[in-house]
Design a protein around this ligand. Sequence first.
Ligand code: NDP
Length: 296
Amino acid sequence: MVAQVIDGKAFAANVRGQVGAHVAKLKEEQGITPGLAVVLVGEDPASQVYVRSKGKMTVEVGMNSYEHKLDVDTAEDVLLALIDKLNNDPAVHGILVQLPLPKHLNEDLVINSIDPAKDVDGFHISNVGLLGTGQKSMVPCTPLGCLMMLRDHHGSLSGLNAVVVGRSNIVGKPMAQLLLGDSCTVTIAHSRTKDLPDVVRAADIVVAAVGRPEMLPGDWIKEGATVIDVGINRIDAPEKGEGKTRLVGDVHYESAAAVAGAITPVPGGVGPMTIACLLANTLTACCRANGLAEPE
Ligand code: NDP
């Protein structure tokens, strides 16, 4: 079997197109422009790249983008004061604090200081609780993007065996909640899981969110399974020249694509969907704040 490639880049472009159309309508009919504030503390190179592309795409869909760049040694009370200001700013509908934060800042405290209604990353404890109890919430962007691609590919996910490898608060756990919400039978695997290859082999849907380059080989994948590779790992690529690198996922793509029914590539799979879902969440937050019908 040769897997169908799930084109996250095209899917994301489509989502952004729909968000853009809705934003244009909001502006024209209501005179409202959704606004997303992104807060970056420090100069982590990867975070800078993410923040830049988030800002660019926010503007491209017609929203207002507010970027706040703070020094690496910013005091916690200064950051909390900025979040308080954004919480009370009616032009700001979504607030994202780029993670990871420098070590001296308490990540939980900072995230939980964001107004849950503006928490477009879905990491606030209230949103985590709402998601876990099946109530309307802000859903974390990366798992939401994975779910959208899975629904698009399968139609109904009901009754399918899903294995999520990784149990982080930002990917693994919310992914498992979403799959459970769609009536999958869900297993969450992690670094202490016994017989991981056999656990993964039982899955109709595999979501890999481990952070280890090409850890899941093709012989762990059940024939015809759908593989969603969340991992983004930069590895040396001497074949491209001295000092060159390339991005790979947590799944060994070539061997997995030979047995899977469908697979997301890295890059061009989950990554682009994450930003598209951030924009969709900002639009949703804006509609809710103004008592308007939410986008589908
Ligand atoms: P974390 O490091 O927070 O979590 C990794 C998880 O993998 C942990 O639960 C850990 O288990 C588990 N794990 C580690 N080693 C093994 C192993 N040998 N066998 C089984 N499980 C293992 O990572 P994140 O969830 O934040 O991110 C995961 C990956 O996804 C990364 O590559 C990251 O770059 C990428 N990512 C991509 C995004 C995108 O937009 N595409 C967005 C966010 C992340 P334990 O809990 O036991 O330690």
